[in-house]
Every structure is written in structure tokens, then in C-alpha cells.
Design a binder for this molecule. Structure first.
Ligand code: ATP
Ligand code: MG
Length: 498
């Protein structure tokens, strides 16, 4: 064999090789249905890798099987045809993010939904990421003020914490989250509100509310509308998390609300069933726990060496008839650092926010409570629990001893003082002033039905005449401050009774 011949042979073999590689880089659509495409010939793709369809549609590689890839089409699903070419991009699904996203309403692929300029950023964040490791983290010790007495006093949340808001339909879950966003106005926190599978009209209302409270300028709304299908709902929280990470990496404190993860789990179930993944409990695929744990694990407080930023996550879960032992609720309860349980019974009785003190906990928040609040809220949870117990007993007993009667009367007033209208978060100093009054018996001679009005008038008074004192009270608590507060309340009460 001449050298020329050998060379030709080798060249032929090399040509053959490169042809093989080429096949792996693209494939063809074998089947397409309900936003899912089965692609043949794509061998080397990574899970969650973006795929380009010839028709211009975009997809992600979801099911990696031995001879095919199950792709979820995230954009342009109606254009995709059988036999169409699909090319891999070697990029994990990423979204463009920069500082201009503040104040915007976007879909999970960062397409703007508010009619404004498109997001034009060269910076991309992968929507699925490994959460920061333990060595990069710091304990949670700075408060994330919700502005709600019932939460800040009894189930305090810290920056970097994951606190679940859980309860039946229409019990004020979203309101707790939105009020918390509104309360960040002077707290230098960036907020991301992720609406999953919700009506567009409802979100438009929320956006208006945030605008009217001047809260949109530090907030981004990621909306996967109910009409947008399961895929968008599935992606939304990861996009929200990626946006939050972008800001956290700059050392900022970020609050992200996932409203709600029940709908997220349902969207994932729908996609998984279409992809013919085996289903388990309640027809959810086996890895539905991992779905939420890898999302919520990304919320954390970074240490100084890593910039010191944080992501606080407030996931929301909807229960059926107050049952928190369902599959998805128990999963998310075990992933988070505590839960705020909203009760429909309380809600209908007019006790709003309808936080069930007995079932709500915050496992790390205590360390993050402000000093002023910690000193004043300390025993309130216990006395409220005692009150609830006595309350059910005393229904059948009219002849109560004075001590029991006093506990009951105080308890009733405490419940009243913790009531708070939606859309009116309070600075911590104002909260403490109200709580101090009831804790120390200064409201014992005010009728229970008049407490709400008393508080309204009292708050107006201190906001008007004691601004400087409130500033002090916000950060410190000592004997002198306590004396001054006692004096302010008793003087106010003297005038009030006239
Ligand atoms: P869904 O299950 O539909 O998502 P939800 O649990 O998120 O409901 P919200 O939408 O927050 O509940 O609240 C339900 C209704 O109750 C709203 O009309 C809201 O304005 C009202 N509401 C919530 N909290 C309060 C409050 N503290 N005071 C008065 N009204 C409230
Ligand atoms: Mg809601």
C-alpha cells in the first residue's frame, strides 16, 4: 500500500469520525405533543440544557433516556413539527438579569409583561444552581421585619431564613407576603415576588398595590400566568431564585416569595406525567421533594468573605381543610426553618392576620429578633397559648376564679392588639409600643371591643408627637426607655378616657 493510499484511508476515517460527533450535536423530533417533544439522535446533552428547534422554538432537555431525549418546549411549542432538526446549545437554561429588572414584571424567561422595554442584559444567570455550601454561609442573625405584629413578635424571621406560609385558601397568605415586601421600603432589601399559576388580573392588582406603596422600585415580579401552561409555572421559582442570586452576589439582602409551591408541584406533576415518568404518592413523581429542597436550599446568608448578601425565602403552600399532613405540605415543612400557619377559623372570626400561634414556629428567627422586640415579646407566645386553653374550658364554666378571669381578659386584649389590617405594616418600635401596653396591663380597663380603635388612635398619637422617641425605641431597650414608654402610654390613656 502506498503512503498516499494510507493517507487517503486515514482521511476517510477522520471524516467518518467528525460525522459521528455531528450527529450527537443535533437530532430530530420524533414525536411532539402537549409541549413535550421526543428527540432522537441527541446523545450528549446535559439535563436542563437549552435546545434550539429549527422552527425557532426553544426547549430544555428534561428526560435523558438511552436512545432519546424528552424535551420540554418552553417557547414556540405550536411551531414544532415532527421531523424537525434540534440542536444542542451546550448551555444550561439561563436568563438575562441586570439592575434594570427592578420595578419590572417579567415571565419566567424574562420576557417583559408590563409593556416596557425588553430586558437587554449581557449578563446571564443559570436558573438551576448548586446552593452555596456550609463554609460559605453564616448563621441567620439579622431580622427580616415583616411589619406584622403577629409575625415579628411571635414567629420572627431572619435574613437568610426560609419561612413557610401555609394555610387554606383565602386565609391571607399572600397578604402576609405582600405586606412584608411593602415593609422593606426603608430596610434596603430587594424583593422578588414569584407568582406561580396565578390569574394575571390578580397579579395586576398586586402590582398596582405595590406601586401605590412605592414598593415596586425595589421589587421584581416573575409571573407564570395560569394560561401560560405548566412549563412556565415549573420554571418560575428557579428564575426568581436566579434573579435573587444575582443581587445576593452583590452583597445585597434579598427577599423572595414563591406564591405558591402547591401549584408548582402540580405543574411538575403534569409535566412528569406527560413525559411518562413513573409516578408515586398522590401521582407526584418520586423526586418532588428534591424539586423543592434544591430550590429552597438556595436561600441563605453568605459570610463576609463571600460578600455577606442573603436570600430570605417565603414559600407559600395551600392546604385543604387545614390539613398540614398532606404529602407536599409535610415535604415543604421539613425543608423550611419554620412555618406561619394561617387558620380559616381565625380568619372568619376577624382575627387577621389569622396566624395560629400554636402551630406556627420559627426555628432560627429568635436569634434574629431585634433586642427591643425580644424583651417585650418573650412571654407573649406562652400566655397566648394559655389563653387559648382556658378559653375552651371556660365556655362551660361561668363561675371562674379571679386569676383565671384575669388571664382570660388579658388574653382577649392580646388577641385584639395583634390584629392588623392588610396593607399597613408597622415599624418595630410602633409594634413594641402596642405590645408593651397590653403586656403590662395598661389596657385592662379598656373594653375588648374598643382595643382596635384604641390602638389606631394611640399609634396616630405617637407617630405625631413622639417620632424621636420611636427612633430610639427602634434600636435600644433599657430602663430609661421603658420609663419613657410607660409615661407616654399612661399620659395618652389619661387623655383618652376623658
Ligand atoms: P388564596 O388562597 O386565594 O391565594 P390567600 O390565602 O393568599 O388566598 P389573600 O389573598 O392574602 O389570601 O387574602 C384573602 C382576602 O382577605 C383578600 O381580599 C385580602 O384583602 C383579605 N385580607 C387578608 N389579610 C387581611 C387583613 N389582615 N385584614 C383585612 N383583610 C385581609
Ligand atoms: Mg394567595
Amino acid at each position: 500500500m502506498s503512503i498516499q493510499k494510507i493517507q487517503n484511508e486515514i482521511e476517510k476515517m477522520i471524516d467518518g469520525l467528525s460525522l459521528n460527533v455531528e450527529i450527537k450535536e443535533s437530532g430530530t423530533v420524533a414525536k411532539v405533543y402537549d409541549g413535550i417533544a421526543t428527540v432522537l439522535g441527541l446523545k450528549d446533552v446535559a439535563s436542563m440544557e437549552m435546545l434550539d428547534f429549527e422552527s425557532g422554538a426553544k426547549g430544555i432537555a428534561f428526560n435523558l433516556e438511552t436512545d432519546s431525549v424528552g424535551a420540554v418546549i418552553i417557547d414556540g411549542a405550536d411551531k414544532v413539527m415532527e421531523g424537525e432538526k434540534v440542536t444542542r446549545t451546550k448551555k444550561i437554561l439561563s436568563v438575562p438579569v441586570d439592575d434594570t429588572v427592578l420595578g419590572r414584571v417579567v415571565d419566567p424567561l424574562m420576557k417583559v409583561l408590563d409593556g416596557g422595554e425588553p430586558i437587554n442584559s449581557n449578563h446571564y444567570e443559570e436558573i438551576e444552581k448548586i446552593a452555596p455550601g456550609v463554609m460559605a454561609r453564616e448563621p441567620v442573625n439579622v431580622p427580616m421585619q415583616t411589619g406584622l405584629k403577629a409575625v415579628d413578635a411571635l414567629v420572627p424571621v431572619g435574613r437568610g431564613q426560609r419561612e413557610l406560609i401555609i394555610g387554606d385558601r383565602q386565609t391571607g397568605k399572600t397578604t402576609i407576603a405582600i405586606d412584608t415586601i411593602v415593609n422593606q421600603k426603608d430596610n434596603d432589601v430587594i424583593c422578588v415576588y414569584v407568582a406561580i399559576g396565578q390569574k394575571e388580573s390578580k397579579i395586576a392588582q398586586i402590582v398596582e398595590e405595590l406601586k401605590s406603596k412605592d414598593a415596586m422600585k425595589y421589587t421584581i415580579v416573575v409571573l407564570a400566568g395560569v394560561s401560560q401552561g405548566a412549563t412556565k409555572s415549573y420554571l418560575a421559582p428557579y428564575t426568581g431564585s436566579a434573579i435573587a442570586e444575582y443581587f445576593m452576589k452583590q452583597g445585597k439582602d434579598v427577599l423572595v416569595v414563591y406564591d405558591d409551591l402547591t401549584k408548582h408541584a402540580i405543574a411538575y406533576r403534569e409535566m412528569s406525567l406527560l413525559l411518562k415518568r413513573p409516578s408515586g404518592r398522590e401521582a407526584y413523581p418520586g423526586d418532588v421533594f428534591y424539586l423543592h429542597s434544591r430550590l429552597l436550599e438556595r436561600a441563605c446568608r453568605l459570610n463576609k468573605e463571600n460578600g455577606g448578601g442573603s436570600i430570605t425565602a417565603l414559600p407559600i403552600i395551600e392546604t385543604q381543610a387545614g390539613d398540614i399532613s398532606g404529602f407536599i405540605p409535610t415535604n415543604v415543612i421539613s425543608i423550611t426553618d419554620g412555618q406561619i400557619f394561617t387558620d380559616s377559623g381565625l380568619f372568619y372570626k376577624g382575627i387577621r392576620p389569622a396566624v395560629d400561634v400554636g402551630l406556627s414556629v420559627s426555628r432560627v428567627g429568635g436569634a434574629a429578633q431585634s433586642k427591643t422586640m425580644k424583651k417585650n415579646a418573650g412571654s407573649m407566645k406562652l400566655s397566648l397559648a394559655q389563653f387559648r386553653e382556658l378559653e375552651s374550658f371556660s365556655q362551660f364554666d361561668s363561675d371562674l376564679d379571679p386569676a383565671t378571669k384575669a388571664t382570660l381578659e388579658r388574653g382577649k386584649r392580646t388577641v385584639e392588639i395583634l390584629k392588623q389590617k392588610n396593607n399597613s405594616p408597622m415599624p418595630v418600635a410602633n409594634q413594641v409600643a402596642s405590645i408593651y401596653a397590653v403586656n403590662n396591663g395598661l389596657l385592662d380597663d379598656i373594653e375588648v371591643k374598643d382595643i382596635v380603635q384604641w390602638e389606631k388612635d394611640f399609634q396616630e398619637d405617637i407617630n405625631k408627637y413622639h417620632k424621636e422617641f420611636l427612633n430610639k425605641l427602634n434600636s435600644t431597650w433599657d430602663e430609661n426607655i421603658e420609663k419613657e414608654l410607660l409615661d407616654i402610654i399612661t399620659t395618652f390613656n389619661r387623655e383618652y378616657r376623658k
